[in-house]
Design a protein around this ligand. Structure first.
Ligand SMILES: [Zn+2]
Ligand SMILES: [Zn+2]
Length: 505
């Protein structure tokens, strides 16, 4: 992963003397500089690599093509990538490299002006589709490391021998390509071209955000060959104009976490910290994702009836604590009496687990649901669950908007003093003065909007009956400031809301 240090290095851009710095007349030429502030965050299934990549091929060959070293294989098993942003499988053709004379140059693509010393292109193609989608190049950046890259070794062993003999094919010790090519990563993708003649505009680029290690002495082998063949010296093309093309960041699903903010920080430390801390605005393809915009004009009016609250809600609990999981603060209560709700549509009871909050960094953002496209500064979720009957949703979440007023809703004042202490330490319960939850929740829930949706944090489980109170609770400016302060202490709480999910047809 990149470090903030390398972000600083960006400002010291080296003047390059690559061999091919002419701007092309094309409209979708490659490579490009990728400005991380303009990325579109997106979702796609994982890229699939056929199992052949994990098996040792019969033979592996390298040759000096005159502009790089190209690696090809003879394999019993198909080598194909599919899924992800690809709609048909693409077959492996070859892989090759671009590098420079020193660590400040080498890669073709650059990130916020930052250049890597080496970029590897794994070229795949297919011929069933139109010309514009013929080729997929998976690109990996290499970063100098004290650890050598073992996946490169058998290639490097033969490179000095193959270097002077242009176009001659050398067999190298076979190895499974998966040793060199990590298969799971978040990636940048855009439509571009070949970076060598004839610069055909037929390439879908998939650029791994996972940087691969390479040692200085391994890089030296690449540079050594440049002395044998001038065609191998600084064999990278300079950046071309992006021309209004979109560059999407596709997040590897397994890396999803509650807040995209934290994850993006891990992925892209070169994104300025403040801009990375946005809400989780990735659109999930699921059909019942939450939150949603509640359009009060099209909502159906039904007489469903009131919620029933068990006795535990109307007694002082034995114990009440506020606890941070890093993303939000949750109120937990232990009561001698059952704390369960009964929703008229389902015959099972739902047990209280906890209630927590979502908020933003200013008054007009923060709630997860919106009402006629209006956000509230906060939203509270009261999570209930049942495991008795699988026919019914696993969760009922009561959602309450909080709106700014002069006087906060009774009960909130007991929670507020624990917010900052809770934010300061993850997973440490902070005592809260006991109060009756029913007063806080019960009288405010009716009338409500209800729909079938999902959790708004990972794993986005679509087994949630949402009950969203029509009338907001109240919070004062001073109380809201306490939550803003918590987010300054635990930066991952900043904008800890998920954006509304588009309705699916
Ligand atoms: Zn290339
Ligand atoms: Zn929530």
């Amino acid at each position: 992963m990149l470090t903030l240090r390398s972000f600083v290095v960006v400002s010291v851009i080296v003047s390059v003397n690559c061999q091919n710095c002419a701007k092309s007349n094309g409209i979708r030429q490659s490579p490009v500089n990728i400005n991380t502030l303009n990325l579109i965050y997106d979702w796609a299934p994982s890229l699939k690599w056929s199992f052949g990549y994990a098996l040792t091929p019969e033979s592996v060959y390298i040759n000096n093509t005159g502009s790089s070293f190209s690696l090809t294989v003879k394999h019993k098993w198909p080598l194909e990538i599919s899924s992800g942003v690809l709609d048909v499988p693409y077959k492996f053709d070859q892989l090759h490299f671009h590098w420079g004379d020193h660590n400040g140059i080498g890669s073709e693509h650059t990130i916020d002006g930052f250049t890597y010393p080496l970029e590897m292109h794994v070229v795949h193609s297919q011929n069933t589709k139109n010309d514009a989608d013929q080729i997929v190049v998976v690109a990996y950046f290499f970063k100098v490391s004290s650890i050598p890259n073992l996946g490169l070794q058998s290639l490097l062993d033969k490179m000095l021998e193959a270097g002077p003999k242009k176009h001659e094919i050398f067999e190298i010790k076979p190895f499974a390509l998966s040793q060199l090519l990590p298969e799971k990563f978040s990636y940048l993708t855009y439509k571009g071209s070949l970076t060598t003649p004839p610069y055909t505009e037929s390439v879908t680029w998939i650029i791994s955000t996972l940087e691969l290690p390479i040692s200085e002495s391994q890089l030296d082998v690449f540079r050594e060959t440049s002395k044998m063949d001038q065609g191998l010296k600084n064999n990278f093309r300079c950046g071309q104009d992006l021309n209004f093309r979109d560059v999407r960041l596709i997040l590897e699903p397994v890396q999803y976490s509650h807040s995209s903010a934290h994850m993006l920080l891990q992925l892209f430390l070169f994104v300025a910290v403040v801009t990375a801390l946005g809400p989780d605005c990735i659109q999930n393809p699921g059909a019942f994702q939450s939150p949603i915009d509640i359009d009060t004009k099209t909502a159906l009016i039904k007489k469903i009836g009131k919620l029933e609250w068990s006795t535990g809600y109307n007694r002082l609990p034995e114990n009440a604590t506020l606890i941070s999981n890093g993303h939000t603060v949750s109120l937990e209560m232990v009561s001698r009496y059952p704390m369960e709700i009964k929703f008229p549509l389902f015959p099972v009871k739902y047990k209280f687990i906890q209630l927590h909050f979502h908020w933003g960094n200013k008054f007009d953002v923060g709630s997860e649901h919106t009402m006629n496209n209006k956000s509230y500064p906060m939203e509270m979720h009261v999570v209930h669950t049942q495991t008795e009957n699988l026919l019914y949703p696993k969760y009922i979440v009561l959602g309450y908007f909080l709106s700014l007023t002069r006087k906060g809703t009774t009960g909130l004042e007991e929670i507020i003093p624990a917010v900052v202490p809770a934010a300061t330490t993850i997973n440490a319960p902070i005592p809260v003065k006991r109060f009756k939850l029913l007063k806080f929740l019960g009288s405010h829930v009716f009338p409500y909007y209800t729909y079938q949706g999902s959790l708004t944090t990972t794993p986005y489980d679509e087994s949630v009956r949402w009950i969203v109170a029509k009338n907001p609770l109240s919070i004062t400016r001073k109380q809201l400031d306490v939550f803003y302060k918590a987010a300054q202490i635990e930066i991952d709480m900043l904008n800890n809301y998920r954006c509304t999910q588009d309705p699916k047809v």
